[in-house]
Design a protein around this ligand. Structure first.
Ligand code: MG
Length: 465
């Protein structure tokens, strides 16, 4: 898997976790699975909105708002500028964002300068080990990963200290940074825990070792998961026990309590491990939100992906696909239409659109899913991604929607999905499906051998396990 899939996956994964967990905040354990016993793939998904601040479906909360302030400062200042970041936090807090934590509000509203406000608050209150600095640190974990363990953990502590005077919170952020760093390199973050603990300040090490131990479970927590230790402990526990991104998030949200924040932290970690392609497209497609105090800009999936790339060291360029002659939409299979990018962009808005490429400007269609399939050999788990797309298509067809499947040229990725649909839903062989689509869609492109191989595995049936 390309590192870029992991960097984008970490940032998007944290925002997805935040939005997914928000409606279940401070609820009892098990509420997510009680409401969604099976994947909800139709028009209405697990991104149900209606949290304590009346979020829209897919809307992220203060966790991601603060993360975006961290990200913007790091990118625009070319590194860590604590005074600048503290200023951004203060402007945000002054806009009275819903869901802002009491401790963060007190520190940012104190009128004290960046290098004393949090320490003063801790000295007075003695309580400053909430999870409010951990929840926003994914962008910094991406940004400093290439600088190595020591530099990344140090940056985590410094950013945490802007609002959390208790070094316990900073040590938790530092451990999180190290686990993300290892995951972005393609390593196993769970195997990296012992080395990360060795870099934790001595007086904090035992407490962190306890909640990160392989046999620790959420029942062992000695505080509510508004505190930093169980938040990271639960995220790591879910990563240990979940088989994929979706299951990791289900596990943590089912724990109840501070679900948006714990899922945000778990989503950042799991996104770095499973990559963009491992995030269910019905969740990634709808994630969005504004940052109070920073204008009316709405952040969406493509913005988060670009920001992930910028933090990982890529150029921050907006993607402009240019103007291309429209192809389609045309009905290729019953109820399933095909097109290229602009054919889909300017299509009737009652289509349920399945996009398989980058888009540039967002589409106006209310029902729109964006998959993360690259037209190369570097998809992380093409079989799982394809199954995710086909499952969503089947659910939307069952609701009676016309589907419009498209990619940039309408040839290779579009052809993959149309053929896969025939193999899975109609039991065709790959050759039959290819001939069937080629007869009806002259734009079909067959150059990607990894796609052909995936279709053959699909024809052979479900993978064992
Ligand atoms: Mg929140």
């Amino acid at each position: 898997m390309h590192r870029s899939h992991r960097a984008a996956g970490a940032l998007v994964g944290s925002a997805v976790g935040d939005a997914l967990g928000a409606p279940f905040e401070f609820g009892p354990p098990g509420r997510f699975s009680a409401r969604f016993p099976t994947p909800a793939r139709g028009t209405h998904t697990e991104m149900c909105g209606g949290g304590s601040s009346g979020e829209e479906p897919g809307e992220f909360t203060d966790d991601t708002q603060m993360a975006l302030l961290v990200a913007s400062s790091l990118v625009e200042r070319g590194g860590l500028d604590e005074a600048d970041l503290f200023d951004r936090f203060r402007t945000w807090a002054a806009a009275d964002p819903p869901g802002i934590g009491d401790q963060i509000r007190a520190v940012l509203g104190s009128g004290l300068p960046w290098d004393t406000a949090a320490a003063e608050h801790f000295a007075r209150s003695g309580h400053a080990a909430g999870n409010g600095s951990l929840m926003r640190t994914t962008p910094a974990a991406i940004r400093f990963a290439r600088d190595g363990r020591g530099a990344s953990m140090d940056a985590a502590r410094r950013i945490s200290a802007l609002t959390h005077g208790d070094p316990s919170a900073g040590e938790g952020c530092a451990v999180f940074h190290e686990l993300v760093r290892v995951a972005l390199d393609g390593g196993d973050p769970l195997a990296a825990i012992p080395a990360a603990l060795e870099s934790v300040a001595g007086e904090h090490r035992d407490r962190w070792a306890t909640v990160l131990a392989p046999d620790w479970t959420p029942e062992d927590a000695t505080e509510s998961n508004g505190a930093v230790w169980p938040t990271l402990g639960e995220a790591v526990w879910a990563l240990r026990h979940g088989r994929d991104f979706a299951e990791v998030l289900r596990l943590v949200i089912d724990l109840g309590g501070d679900t948006d924040t714990v899922a945000c932290v778990a989503g950042g970690l799991a996104g770095a491990v499973y990559g963009m392609g491992g995030i269910p497209m019905r969740w990634a497609s709808v994630v969005h939100g504004r940052v109070p105090g920073s204008g009316e800009r709405v952040w969406r999936l493509a913005d988060l992906q670009q920001l992930g790339a910028a933090l990982d060291g890529g150029a921050r360029q907006s993607y402009d696909p240019g103007v291309i002659p429209r192809i389609g939409p045309r009905e290729v299979l019953p109820g399933i239409w095909a097109g290229n990018l602009d054919g889909a962009r300017y299509s009737e808005q009652d289509f349920a659109v399945i996009s398989l490429c980058r888009l540039g400007e967002p589409f106006p269609h209310p029902l729109h899913r964006m998959a993360y399939i690259a037209d190369d050999e570097h998809n992380a788990d093409l079989d799982a991604m394809l199954a995710d797309v086909l499952d969503d298509m089947a659910a939307l067809r069952a609701e009676g929607h016309r589907l419009l499947v498209h990619c940039h040229g309408g040839a290779s990725r579009t052809g993959l999905v149309l053929r896969a649909w025939l193999v899975r839903e109609r039991g065709m062989t790959v050759d039959e499906a290819t001939a069937h689509v080629a007869e009806r869609w002259e734009h079909l492109g067959l150059w990607n051998d990894s796609f052909t191989a995936a279709l053959q595995r699909l024809q052979a049936g479900p993978r064992p396990g």
